[in-house]
Design a protein around this ligand. Structure first.
Ligand code: GDP
Ligand code: MG
Length: 243
């Protein structure tokens, strides 16, 4: 749930990168961290083991700056993917506003990816977060590898679900900003529906996304960035959830 601090006029949203172990969650955060101006980012906190795996979680605070009459902050988290860290995943997911689900494109990872998505839905429920009401996008990462699920297969999958789907090569930074902006777009629509933000805070979604994209060094237009989505429903956010 987005935190509004009316005293400091600060608004904080929590976004969680979820997915099986080694799918590229930490890499996504590192790419975003590298693109940000030092003034806009906090320290990236990574609690990792010697072997470089996320043992606990990563946290990257991002200061978007002024949006309407509020200062907007985003906290990006990753969860540890390995099956046995479920308690940590549940904890990290607490109070999440939106989720980037990172899927590993390798055929050998289909099972663990499915398991992880099921685990996400379970943990959302355990945290009393309604999955139907939560912005979620799916990123198929590691598109650079030779043996990956085909574009056709992913398009077909994307056509069946409503979550917007993005393709990525996180290690080259490809698809990372696109996924993030796509999620922010959905998140903003959800917040707007719930809190009437533009009316209350003089907020303009398009200007906000353009601001964020600019801060991540992106010069493309927002429709162009959102257009890299390969499936799912980017425009119609949960119409069934509308009153
Ligand atoms: N080939 C390839 N490797 C990737 C990609 N993204 C991440 N990796 C690698 O996969 C491994 C796990 O990445 P990491 O971000 O730590 O995964 P996490 O466990 O989900 O946080 C690392 O060696 C990354 O360099 C990608 O797009 N392509
Ligand atoms: Mg990690």
């Amino acid at each position: 749930m987005v935190l509004f601090n009316h005293a400091t006029r600060e608004m904080t949203a929590k976004i969680v990168y979820y997915g099986p172990g080694l799918c590229g969650k930490t890499t996504n955060l590192m790419v975003i961290f590298d693109k940000l101006d030092p003034k806009q980012k906090g320290k990236m906190l990574s609690l990792a083991t010697k072997t470089d795996r996320t043992l606990f979680f990563d946290l990257l605070p991002v200061d978007i700056g002024r949006v309407g009459s509020f200062n907007f902050k985003i906290q990006l988290y990753t969860v540890p993917g390995q099956v046995f860290y479920n308690e940590t995943r549940k904890l990290v997911l607490k109070g999440a506003d939106a989720v980037v689900f990172v899927a590993d494109s390798q055929p050998s990872m289909v099972e663990s990816t499915r398991e992880s998505f099921g685990n996400l839905l379970e943990n959302l429920e355990q945290n009393n977060i309604d999955a139907n009401d939560t912005p979620i996008i799916i990123q198929f990462n590691k598109r650079d590898l030779k043996d990956v699920r085909s574009d056709e297969e992913i398009s077909k999958l994307a056509g069946q679900g409503r979550e917007p789907v993005y393709l990525a090569v996180a290690t080259r930074g490809e698809g990372v900003v696109e996924s993030f902006i796509g999620l922010l777009h959905l998140t903003w629509s959800a917040l707007e529906a719930e809190h009437d933000l533009s009316h209350k805070f003089g907020f303009d979604s398009k200007a906000f996304l353009a601001e964020v994209a600019g801060k991540l060094g992106n010069s493309r237009s927002i429709p162009e960035i959102l257009g890299t989505c390969v499936g799912g429903a980017l425009e119609v956010l949960r119409p069934e959830a509308a009153p």
